[in-house]
Design a protein around this ligand. Sequence first.
Ligand code: NAD
Length: 282
Amino acid sequence: MSISTIGICGAGTMGRGIVLAAIQNGFDVVLWDISADAQEPAEKYIHGQLDKAVQRGKMTADGAEEAKTKVTFTTSLADMSNADIVIEAVLERKDVKDKLFSELEGIVSEDTILATNTSSISVTVLSRVLKHPGRFVGMHFFNPAHIMKLVEVIRGARTEETVVQQTVELAEKLGRKPAIARDVPGFIVNRVARNYYNEAMRICTEGAAEVEQVDKVLKGVGFKMGPFELMDLIGVDTNYEVTVSVWNQYLQEPRFTPSLMQQEAVAAGMHGRKSGEGFYKY
Ligand code: NAD
């Protein structure tokens, strides 16, 4: 099956980046969000990033204008009916994703691939709501999705091999570098990364160092971003949900224990860049 139209569900942090990767590589995109209010900020971001790419000489002005015409925003899931693949990037909550995928299966054709960008929820478990779980796969982008090259392609217990291969090919056509991973909690990157965030927050809750100091030191040894800057970019709320999810799936193994410091930031609405304040002010 050749993929020309990509449906993307969720116009938040990740959805926008996935849209950019798709339209910059010639795909048509239908972008769905549950809220009509999501359209304006998403378009502003997408257009802004395309204009920046022109300024940096990475795209022609005509190319950027053409890319802008390739995305259609909708709040009606029925508009996904012509998508060859739907990539979901909504809230990191199983109930929300379950509802979306069971509705989607009644709309798309039988051979449409259904992919989740979940950071931590089991692909196998999510596929259980579908009548045809063989078409379900994990397609885990990293933030910002149009810049970060890695995509983890997650093979669930029931994912068909052809679906894994088609997803790998699509990721390559989107200019990404796919890596196939098994469906274990946190997959590869997010499992390793939990320690980067959790240990940094432990240092601060013990009073051993301040947020800025931890970020500075870790950048000093070669990390591109410090853990607190990175949590603010990712979304402190999303990052927290992922930590809780990985911890629970590993039967609350102590090394994955979420931090009360992060729980407090989430409760206070300090969700990072997207809310104007997280561990830093924006
Ligand atoms: P976000 O909070 O920026 O966006 C979430 C989107 O979900 C919003 O557009 C919102 O309108 C929509 N939404 C809210 N309630 C909904 C509902 N009831 N039904 C359907 N949609 C609803 O989140 P994000 O950071 O873009 O994360 C999206 C997914 O991508 C999550 O599964 C997350 O784990 C995963 N992910 C995030 C990152 C990251 O760095 N932020 C990286 C990789 C994967």
